[in-house]
Design a protein around this ligand. Structure first.
Ligand code: IDP
Length: 140
């Protein structure tokens, strides 16, 4: 199976509740490696650009408000089948539907404040990693 990279965000609700370490532990326990990582506080333009694909959805404004409500931890993760593996580890978008043992089942609060983001495919992964990281920041 191919070695892939994917993009992760530990979202503001999880950072606020001091869950960075717990979530990173789940990520590294899954075998994924951290290629690059930083804590940032997005401004509105950065968050709107990141979620541009959702611009027409009714929750877009609230989603952007939430994503800029506090700092987040962004990372580039690497490993075999990393994109699918991380999506499975996160669980369903709505924590109420997320399987036991997933990050969102453990730490998500509701369909919006769901603790983490992960890229949904190879093209998105490439775009999202490049949106937050320069090449020289991917040192892992
Ligand atoms: P994903 O994060 O599981 O890929 P998407 O459908 O791409 O899910 O949605 C992006 C983010 O938008 C979700 O992670 C969540 O924070 C938020 N979101 C999705 N659906 C809703 C909704 O119905 N109400 C409010 N926020 C939502």
């Amino acid at each position: 199976m191919a070695i892939e990279q994917t993009f992760s965000i530990i979202k503001p609700d999880a950072v606020e509740r001091n869950l960075i370490g717990d979530i990173l532990k789940m990520i590294t326990d899954s075998g994924l490696r951290i290629k690059g990582m930083k804590m940032i506080h997005m401004d509105r333009a950065k968050a709107e650009g990141f979620y541009a694909v959702h611009r027409e959805r009714p929750f877009f404004g609230e989603l952007v408000d939430y994503m800029i409500s506090g700092p987040v931890v962004v990372s580039c993760l690497e490993g075999e089948n990393a994109i699918e593996k991380y999506r499975a580890l996160m669980g369903a978008t709505n924590p109420a539907d997320a399987a036991p043992g997933t990050i969102r089942a453990a730490f998500g609060q509701n369909i919006q404040n769901n603790a983490c983001h992960g890229s949904d495919g190879p093209d998105t992964a490439r775009t999202e990693v490049a949106y937050f990281f320069d090449k020289e920041e991917l040192v892992g």
